[in-house]
Write a protein that binds this ligand. Sequence first.
Ligand code: ADP
Ligand code: MG
Ligand code: ZN
Length: 481
Amino acid sequence: MNYVPVIGLEIHAELLTKSKLFCSCAAEFGGERNSRCCPGCAAMPGTLPVMNRAAVEYAVLAGFALDCSINKFSVFDRKNYFYPDLPKAYQNSQLALPLCINGLVAIEYESDGVKKSKDIRINRIHLEEDAGKLIHDDLNGVSLADYNRGAIPLIEIVTEPDIGSAEEAKAFVEKIILTLQYAGVCDCKMEQGSLRCDVNISIMKPTDTKLGTRAEIKNLNSIKSIGRAIEHEIYRQSKLLDAGKRVVQETRRFDDNKGETKSMRSKENLDDYRYFPDPDILQVNFTDEDLAEIKSRLPEMPYARLDRYINKFGLSEVEAKIIVNQKRLSDFYEDALRAYHNPKSVCNFITGELMRRINLGEINLEKLPFTASALAKLAEMADNEAVSKNDAKAIFRIMSDEGGAPEEIAKAKGLLITNDTGKVAEVIERVIADNEKAVLQYQGGDMKVFGFLMGQCSKELKGVCTPKVIKEELEKKLKGA
Ligand code: ADP
Ligand code: MG
Ligand code: ZN
């Protein structure tokens, strides 16, 4: 039996604010346990929250970036649950009046070699706080709590159940990551937990009109495991229905090693959380001017950049995508162009030599050994024939291994082309005089010896001129001789 998968995602993204949602503790990753934790975020009695303005504004920016409508009036609620990762015993979140609603994300992906596209609707984006982290120490039979991450501002992006496959889900999350990174609101490091994804999934028969019962798989922390968890869950639910059994609504966990999902607990109902508006937190009231001002802060988004690279810079779609799909690479490219505005030749170095070395794991995009202006300089030197194309690659290799400025490297290695025309003429004349036999063969129509004569000249003219100049001069002299 064939079923249609129905998938909705809930994505949690930690905002890049300097401080936490209600206090001035630093909102950073890691650090000594409970070192970024004040009486406020440890929920000591008598402390009161003060909302972080930047967090609200970042959430709104994310909303604009994902084509949402922004609610001018927005309220913060208490979502009550009792668990040691949450010292207040409630999480501040938003239920009835979230900051952003009704967004739209267009995804593009390839399925069996065919390009496909689809619009995924966003139901809402609300602002909430992260919980602390529990460390289960099985050896000593204790659980420890680290509240450094507690009360760091998060946005939760909730989609409509518009996603139909693992491929679509992966393309969607990739698009969200890129958009949030460009908007500057989240670094989206899934491996560090600053972006996490819950997958809601059900299956139905193609003729069904009602959605099936869903399972929710919590806290997936890589694109790859999102794909694998979905594939496995479709398989598991299909087998249940094939056997005439029912899918139960529950929360599941994905075991990365086994590639399977496992039941964690039956799903809570909305009622269990006893949501109510938090009387200690001010409601948000935006004016049109406030919202226009926040919107104006949105930097160039990836699709706009892609369009500029293809239509203004003349890059191919493939080249433009390689660069735009990694914000860091794209920012590096922009920096390089500020130093030398030749989009095509700088792009060639980036999509060629640089990407090749990054893909080989020889250099790390996060910690490049040279600056964007150094790469720009190298591209400029190659364009101006200050070094030969081959030597430019050699210089790039040295810059990658040891760092350094391209001019210095070229000088030190004797690769700078001096264009000393006197020297070129002198060497060519001498080679012609010393190789009478070869010259006669050439003049007699034996073109093969040209390579030999060229080689003789090149040996002595390395760093004086390009092979192109040697070839032209040598041909001229041989015809005239
Ligand atoms: P909850 O808050 O209980 O998790 P929501 O109604 O907010 O439930 O939905 C959470 C996510 O689950 C949304 O992304 C939604 O699109 C998705 N979803 C809802 N019903 C289904 C279903 N039957 N199958 C798959 N996904 C669903
Ligand atoms: Mg949920
Ligand atoms: Zn604090």
